[in-house]
Ligand binder design. Structure first.
Ligand code: PRP
Length: 178
């Protein structure tokens, strides 16, 4: 395992920039869900964990959290294939609930498309998407994103939940692999 400093070419989004934008997103969610105290935030493991925990700490509207883990068949791919499978499902019954999916990054869109299809079939009252990073130029499947932290270019990014061979998710900033 290489130290990240040997691989980092630039800090794309600093800790300060991340926290400032996440505070804005939290404010927006607070306003949009002010009248829906049954809000459920659904985090897609593992990359979304840092974003979820910072976002929810900045939110004041009452909400619950739950987690899903999604995998794609075919390893080594830079983004997911169309064959997305559920590894860990929700414990919460979302029928009639207001749900916001919290993701770290949307790339091809395959993961999100599959999760949205699955969760919509359970008939939530509403289902929205909040993603920190949107790499729109890589999209293979159109997916609706309601709250975007930062649109980004097609660069290999890591840190703040996103891994480099499963390491360095703990970094407080988003870096670019050089
Ligand atoms: C990443 C990310 C999204 C997905 C986006 O997860 O967290 O869930 O890929 O890619 P897509 O738009 O091409 O489907 P990853 O599979 O790397 O797992 P991780 O979150 O555990 O790192």
């Amino acid at each position: 395992m290489q130290h990240y400093s040997e691989i980092l070419s630039e800090v794309l989004i600093s800790e300060e920039q991340l926290q400032a934008r996440i505070a804005q997103l939290a404010q927006q969610l607070d306003a949009d869900y002010a009248t829906h105290p049954d809000l459920l935030l659904v985090c897609i493991l593992r990359g979304g964990v840092m974003f979820l925990t910072d976002l929810m700490r900045k939110m004041t509207v009452p909400h619950q959290i739950d987690f899903m883990s999604i995998g794609s068949y075919g390893s080594g791919a830079r983004s997911s294939t169309g064959n997305v499978r559920v590894i860990l499902d929700l414990q919460t019954d979302i029928r009639g609930r207001h749900v916001v999916l919290v993701e770290d990054i949307v790339d091809s869109g395959h993961t999100l498309a599959r999760v949205l299809e699955l969760l919509n079939s359970r008939q939530p009252a509403s289902l929205k998407v909040c993603c920190l990073l949107d790499k729109e130029s890589r999209r293979q499947t159109p997916v609706p994103i309601d709250y975007v932290g930062f649109p980004i270019e097609d660069k290999f990014v890591f840190g703040y939940g996103l891994d480099l061979d499963e390491y360095w998710r703990n970094l407080p900033f988003i870096g670019v692999v050089g």
